[in-house]
Design a protein around this ligand. Structure first.
Ligand code: AGP
Length: 608
């Protein structure tokens, strides 16, 4: 939701902080700000808009500082203005705070602080933290932070510095990710490892209710109740070029093209040989529970929810186990019925989505068997689930999720085969089932090699204001995903629907100005979808079709067709989504949109 970086060490803090926060800009970018020490003075600078605006303000002066904190914001309370940008300061500008999360009881705390004479400058919830710490300061910064946080309800990842206790950064987390980077006599606190990766790969993941105290001489971790904690350091497996654009114009395009390699990385060591066996190390020691499970619930948000919907169709078809997919934000508030033989799978690329994390905790509390499918190692959802499947596809930086979607579906497919192995008490699965998934990366590449065809279609429809995506069966979730991709990066209103549902209302939208994108691959519903295409054509609609290679019949019936290679029914979504990712990308670029940082969005929604 927001990005935080703190640094204390021997390097120029301004350079380290600004380089680091630019790597977190995808987390939120409506305003930013920095606070640092120079010659014992606490200095600060803020800017509205993207981080480059803050850089311009800082360029007027050469600072020599070794301690500082910086923040990039995705507004939750208060518009993106200079006053509301972080860091926030106490009454005397001696304490600076940056925050990611939401303080639920900030109204109450703010009124108490105002009664005690504190004056506020912003409409944010965060500012109360600076005044609360000020109120509890008795000579030691971490003690003041601990005392202040005991009064706070809500979620936070914070970093605090103060001229009253200089050469120190205090960080604390509850519900929003914070990672400690351990360098060579230098220390970092970040919302995401990519911000400190060029300096160190050694990290510590803070847990909820923990604080970290960083000084030039080292670091300590404790609970908010002042009990020391001893954390193991972990090595980050990503490297710098994985978080660079690699010559692509946007991270999103890079990640679309990375998909074949991403799936190779995901399958490595899990699908060996042509008969398997499928090996999922993250599920070791869960075999008995998985065997006895009678039902699966998938909780997720956004694109991950769409992947979960593919998972429902896949698991029910292959494993014949009842599956339901729930929006995490709905599931968590409706007192769901959970039994001990219910598997709940939390799907989340970032592993930090607040609604998904909360839904998983709710299911855990009710006794479900908890699994996660995440991409970010050490993320909150992955750690709290304890078991699951990591995607291992490298960082996904573009706000619009692409390679994570196809990887999540692949992980669900491997999970389906794994359950089949368990249920049939076999050490392998049918060769055609492993062969089908192992053939997918090359088929993805064949699609990517034809991306120019999609760019040409995008050129024709770039000025449309609406679009309808229709699919049946396994392609229904793909229709939803295609619509989400288009709307979130090109700002075109787009809807995804089951194709048969069109006649129950959406058909009223059809006219010559409404492009309708059908995913009409050769599967069990093909004949029916041809009828739906006719229904649109007979009303003057423009039809774009994703069809199966060799399907010439459909070509005559529509305005544009893009062919994709054949594959097994359950794996079609991994292929049929790629032209839709590219279509959204090219239309957004042609419309001059900021593809990697779309307006109003953030990569990881760590607030509810
Ligand atoms: C997808 O393109 C969006 N950026 C968004 O819907 C995203 O999928 C959703 O916020 C869930 O994120 P997660 O997978 O990190 O939990």
């Amino acid at each position: 939701m927001c990005g935080i970086v703190g640094y204390i060490g021997h390097k120029n803090a301004i350079n380290v902080l600004m380089d680091g926060i630019k790597r977190l800009e995808y987390r939120g970018y409506d305003s930013s700000g920095i606070a640092f020490f120079e010659a014992g003075l606490l200095r600060g600078e803020k800017a509205v808009g993207k981080i480059v605006m803050l850089e311009e303000k800082l360029s007027n002066h050469t600072y020599n500082s070794h301690v500082g904190i910086v923040h990039t914001r995705w507004a939750t309370h208060g518009a993106p203005t200079l006053e509301n940008a972080h860091p926030h300061f106490d009454c005397h500008n001696e304490i600076a705070v940056v925050h990611n999360g939401i303080i639920e009881n900030y109204d109450y705390l703010k009124s108490k602080l105002q009664q005690n004479g504190h004056t506020f400058r912003s409409q944010t919830d965060t500012e109360i933290l600076a005044h609360l710490i000020e109120e509890h300061y008795l000579g030691n910064l971490e003690t003041a932070v601990m005392e202040a946080l005991k009064k706070v309800e809500g979620t936070y990842g914070i970093a605090v510095i103060s001229s009253k206790d200089p050469e120190k950064i205090v960080a604390a987390r509850s519900g929003s990710p914070l990672i400690l980077g351990i360098g060579d006599q230098e220390y970092f606190i970040t919302s995401d490892v990519s911000a400190s990766l060029e300096h160190t790969r050694e990290v510590i993941y803070l847990d909820d209710n923990e604080i970290a105290i960083l000084t030039r001489d080292g670091y300590k971790t404790k609970t908010i109740q002042n009990i020391p904690t001893y954390k193991k350091t972990e090595e980050v497996l990503w490297n710098i070029d994985m978080i660079e654009k690699g010559g692509y114009k946007h991270f999103m395009l890079k990640e679309i093209h990375e998909q074949p390699q991403a799936l190779h990385n995901l399958m490595r060591g899990r699908v060996d040989g042509h008969r398997g066996p499928i090996k999922l190390g993250g599920l070791i020691n869960r075999e008995k529970e998985l065997l006895e499970a009678k039902r699966i619930i998938i909780v997720a948000c956004g694109t991950s929810w769409h992947a979960g919907l593919v998972g429902e169709y896949m698991l029910e078809e292959l494993v014949r186990i009842p599956v339901e997919v729930e929006y995490a934000s709905e599931f968590r508030y409706r007192n769901p019925i959970i039994t001990k033989d219910t598997i709940v799978i939390a799907i989340s690329q970032s592993g930090e989505t607040a609604d998904t994390l909360a839904a998983m905790r709710e299911a855990k509390e009710k006794g479900a068997i908890i699994l996660s499918i995440c991409n970010v190692v050490g993320s909150s959802i992955a750690r709290e689930a304890g078991s699951g499947i990591y995607l291992h596809i490298g960082p996904e930086i573009g706000v619009a999720s692409t390679k994570a979607f196809t990887a999540q579906i692949t992980a669900l497919y491997l999970f389906s085969l794994y359950l089949l192995q368990l249920k049939n008490n076999q050490s392998s699965v049918a060769p055609d089932m492993t062969a089908a998934i192992k053939a997918i990366p090359d088929k993805m590449q064949a699609i990517l090699d034809k991306e120019k065809e999609i760019a040409e279609i995008a050129e024709i429809y770039k000025n449309t204001n609406h679009a309808l995506y229709l699919g049946r069966g396994f392609n229904y979730p793909v229709a939803l995903e295609g619509a989400l991709k288009l709307k979130e990066i090109s700002y075109i209103h787009a809807e995804g629907y089951p194709a048969a549902e069109m006649k129950h209302g959406p058909i009223a939208l059809i006219d010559k100005n409404m492009p309708v994108i059908f995913i009409a691959t050769k599967d069990s519903t093909y004949g029916k979808i041809l009828n739906n295409i006719e229904e649109v054509k007979s009303r003057g609609g423009k039809v774009i079709v994703i069809a199966t290679e060799g399907d010439r019949e459909i070509t005559e019936r529509v305005d544009h067709v893009f062919h994709i290679p054949e594959t097994s029914n359950v794996l079609i979504p991994i292929l049929s989504v790629i032209p839709l990712q590219l279509l959204a990308y090219y239309m957004a670029v042609l419309r001059g949109c900021d593809v990697d940082k779309p307006r109003n969005l953030a990569k990881s929604v760590t607030v509810e």
